[in-house]
Design a binder for this molecule. Structure first.
Ligand code: PLP
Ligand code: ZN
Length: 382
């Protein structure tokens, strides 16, 4: 086996390590580790119709097996009705609900399980608000590895049913994803299973970043959209996309003077720790008390990647907005009934935020905006 062509770097201190071994958080300061690829002058994009078309930039070594179910290269659908409604020039929906396991979580767990399989790990566990659990369950099955999922009791039943169908062990937890996170940590310590919680290992983000490459490719590697609106819980999607933009500039995939999109975080007003922190100008978030929203992917009161998300918002001159439950429901239904897009509540939340950008002065009235529908509405209807 060749040596890893990437290294690991702490997002907060000067710790570095080779990419060859097992990696969780920074052993020196406890904050997230990030992957740094060797300057990939030769990196190229293939014609493969999945996120693996960018495999030159992903943490996989020659000879290793991709644990793939056909993730990525999701549709980008223009919705002119919503441009008028939102008061901007053009709006597209990046429909991540069409991924295997019905959400963008497929990308990250695909990458994390691929690395775990290559390292010969014994089993995997994860705390989830729902969709990360389905994705781990499916990719662990594809890798022929055991998995245990910790999810809140309140997780939508179709999601719990899918987790069970993929053969993972499901443990229901009183409380929210933070409580599930504590139970997962305790189980990982006692069992030797590896915990693949959001940004507690560096490889999920490496799958998520492919959304950034796909956006750049769809817009011809220049004239990028003015803003990307991402419904944000743990922050992995937002962090990954922004990392991809930095890499593309470093590697010359994008011109050094390209105008990068503003990154916009959409949260539910019942659980908006990142909006609160950004609005206060803070560099980290404090936990949200009594988190409540029907958009279960956004019910993350204490995101571990908070510093990285807030830095992304600052570096991209972006913004963060909260949406109430009724508005979220209405925009979710509108996406389904007027455009045929199977929107998750998180997608409805992001769409509602797209309508706030021009009046907040963040974008011009002729701006081009991409809204991420991160999951499938079918997972939330029962
Ligand atoms: C997990 C999830 C989110 C939040 O994504 P983060 O990367 O944790 O910020 C949004 N929407 C859906 C459907 C999700 O499953
Ligand atoms: Zn560190």
């Amino acid at each position: 086996m060749t040596e890893a062509i990437w290294t690991l770097h702490c997002s907060a201190c000067s710790y570095t390590a080779s990419g060859d071994g097992l990696a969780s958080v920074c052993p020196d300061c406890g904050l997230p580790l990030m992957v740094k690829h060797r300057p990939a002058a030769m990196a190229s994009v293939t014609t493969e119709p999945t996120m693996w078309r960018y495999s030159d930039t992903m943490p996989i070594r020659d000879g290793e097996v991709r644990v793939s179910l056909g993730e990525g290269m999701t549709p980008l659908i223009e919705v002119p009705e919503f441009a008028a409604h939102a008061g901007v020039g053009r709006v597209w929906i990046k429909d991540e609900g069409s991924n295997p396991t019905a959400s963008f979580k497929a990308r990250g767990l695909c990458m994390a399980v691929t690395r775990a399989k290559a390292l010969g790990l014994k089993g995997l566990c994860v705390p989830t608000a729902g969709n990360a659990g389905i994705a781990l369950a499916a990719y662990a099955a594809a890798a022929r590895m055991p998995a245990r999922i910790y999810a809140p009791q309140t997780t939508p039943p179709p999601i719990l049913g899918s987790i069970r169908a993929y053969g993972a062990e499901l443990v229901l937890v009183d409380g929210h994803i933070g409580d599930a996170g504590k139970a997962t940590k305790a189980f990982a310590t006692e069992s030797g299973y590896f915990n693949v919680a959001t940004v507690r290992e560096p490889y999920r983000v490496e799958g998520m970043k492919t959304m950034g490459y796909e956006i750049a490719e769809a817009f011809g590697w220049r004239d990028l959209p003015d803003a990307l609106v991402y419904p944000t819980g743990g922050g992995e999607g937002t962090i990954g996309i922004w990392k991809a933009f930095q890499e593309m500039i470093e590697w010359g995939w994008l011109a050094a003077d390209v105008r990068l999109p503003k990154m916009i975080v959409a949260q539910a007003s019942g659980c908006a720790p990142l909006v609160r922190a950004f609005t206060a100008g803070a560099d980290h978030a404090t936990p949200w008390e009594n988190p409540a929203t029907h958009a279960s992917g956004l019910r993350v009161p204490g995101p571990f990647g908070d510093r990285l998300v807030l830095r992304t918002l600052k570096d991209s001159n972006g913004g963060a907005f909260a949406v109430d439950e009724d508005t979220m429901r209405a925009d979710t239904l509108r996406l389904a009934s007027t455009c045929g897009i199977d929107a998750a509540p998180e997608g409805g939340c992001a769409l509602a935020v797209a309508g706030m950008l021009a009046s907040a002065g963040l974008v011009d009235p002729d701006a081009r905006v991409v809204v991420f529908n991160t999951g499938s509405g079918a997972s939330y209807r029962w």
